[in-house]
Write a protein that binds this ligand. Sequence first.
Ligand SMILES: [Zn+2]
Length: 83
Amino acid sequence: MPEKRIVRLFCKRCQKWYEELLDPSELDLSPVGVFSVAFDHGDHVLTVFLDEQFAIRGDNVADKVAEDSQDEKSRALEYFEKY
Ligand SMILES: [Zn+2]
């Protein structure tokens, strides 16, 4: 059984370090040996790319679409439907 590993991650958006416990048995390890894990940071998602040694090969920060901006979009549509 593969052991759980603690991985230190830096989120550029938060400007903070995180320690995450990763359980290899819960991860979808790809045949090429690089896999990605996404962490929910509220208004953005940090995705890190790790190799089979749990070394970080890359990272990416993606914005999440906020709930209230979707409401504004639907209100805007209602406005246009009146004309
Ligand atoms: Zn973050």
